[in-house]
Design a protein around this ligand. Sequence first.
Ligand code: TYD
Length: 135
Amino acid sequence: MKLSDIQKIQLPKIEDDRGNLSFVESNNHIPFDIKRSYLIYDVPGGQIRGGHAYRTLNEFIIALSGSFDLVLDDGDERKVFSLNRSYYGIYVPKMIWKNLENFSTNAVCLVLASDYYNANDYIRNYDEFKNINNL
Ligand code: TYD
């Protein structure tokens, strides 16, 4: 998938007097089965998370609270998505280089992932990522 195909995915938002409710369903709002979720939080000012791509993993990334920038790179171009609402997220397919930056105080990032944690799925070297992408 190219960067130009990556868009914000709007989630359902059920509003009533008691507050709002949003939900995500596998293979409905996002095109994969969720096998794992993880949270990134308490990020000190100025710190950058990510800095890698995955060989096979697909993810969906939501700002549950606060804000941060999701910086994506497909090897050809780079795009910044500013996330600051819990009723939308970004589908990040495999083989896209990902950085998370510019975390606000109290930002909480929820990641829904298509598979269990596997250190071997990570590509942490940008040149290797570009080489694989150009094959
Ligand atoms: P990493 O994916 O490199 O974090 P980020 O991309 O957000 O900067 O993971 C950081 C550490 O946490 C690394 O040692 C692996 C571990 N980890 C798990 O054990 N399970 C998980 O599901 C994740 C995402 C990370």
